[in-house]
Design a protein around this ligand. Structure first.
Ligand code: DAK
Length: 256
């Protein structure tokens, strides 16, 4: 299977498993990722999704270049829309996702990582949007998500030069949340464990509010925040959290 989905404890783990082609994204793999995400969306008892690539060389070397050539423009447009819709599904899953970038993350591979809620990188990870070198531009969300994450100037420079961004620079510019020393999967679990112990519906409110910040005016964003923060107030977990504070004990959230 070129895409594997497993449940490991509190986490769903999605692995791109095509190491012989550095986990390049064929259209068939994109569809498999989409199907796996549909499963994740309804999985019981998971608190986050971890996304990684098989092998020690690459997270994902991008779109399958060999498959892109010689296609009609209408098929290219559909291909871009397929990749965009799969990554949009990832972005708006009910649970947060963490990309564990264990090597090259080029083109669509960087875009896959960008669609996750968080990104952790191994010290040898290398990011890049090298589409310009192929006479292309990013087609799976990179032109929109990268500037929202690191700002327009830096995003344009990375996209227009197609240059590599090593892990330490990626951390410096906020492209990754942290560089992981040691076992990436283990660090990923620890990282996710810092938020997954809180109330899932309340975490989702926080994520939805922050995700809209880049899309709407400040006024509109504040209205969204007022609605979502009021929604959080209505949960039993909010009642429990505030009661636990007053009673000087640890809150026991029940995801409700
Ligand atoms: N596609 C297909 N095969 C790939 C691949 C890729 N992106 N990347 C690597 N491979 C394959 C290689 O061809 C090779 O296969 P064999 O020749 O052994 O059969 C195998 O993986 C191992 O790769 P290398 O031998 O090249 O390994 P190296 O360590 O020497 O080099 C590398 C690693 C990551 C530096 C190199 O493989 C590389 O530069 N790969 C390509 C990186 C890249 O340019 N990615 C694509 C970016 S463009 C769209 C619009 C835009 C896009 C998509 C859709 N629509 C409008 C639909 C753009 C998307 C992109 O992602």
């Amino acid at each position: 299977m070129a895409v594997e989905l497993k449940k490991e404890g509190d986490f769903a783990v999605l692995t791109l498993n095509r190491p012989e082609a550095l986990n390049a994204l064929s259209f068939s793999i994109l569809r498999d990722i989409g199907r796996a995400l549909d499963e994740v969306a309804v999985m019981k008892d998971i608190r986050a999704l971890l996304v990684t690539g098989a092998g020690d060389k690459a997270f994902c070397a991008g779109a399958d270049i060999k498959e892109l050539r010689g296609r009609a423009l209408v098929d290219q447009k559909r291909g871009a829309e397929l990749g965009q819709s799969v990554f949009a599904r990832l972005h708006s899953l009910p649970v947060a996702s963490v990309a564990l970038v264990n090597g090259y993350a080029f083109g669509g591979g960087s875009e896959l990582a960008l669609a996750c809620t968080f990104r952790l990188a191994s010290p040898s990870a290398i990011f890049g949007l090298p589409e310009i070198k192929l006479g292309l531009i990013p087609g799976y969300g990179g032109t929109q998500r990268l500037p929202r994450l690191i700002g327009e100037g830096r995003a344009l420079e990375i996209i227009m030069t197609g240059r590599n961004v090593k892990a330490d620079e990626a951390e410096l510019i906020g492209l990754v949340n942290a560089i992981a020393e040691g076992d990436l999967m283990e660090v990923g679990r620890e990282f996710a464990g810092k938020f997954t112990r809180y109330s899932l519906p309340v975490l989702e409110c926080a994520r939805r509010a922050v995700q809209r910040a880049g899309d709407v005016t400040l006024d509109e964003g504040l209205r969204i925040e007022a609605d979502l923060s009021t929604l959080a107030f209505r949960t039993a977990d909010a009642e429990e959290g505030m009661a636990a504070f007053e009673e000087k004990r640890k809150a026991e959230f029940k995801d409700g």
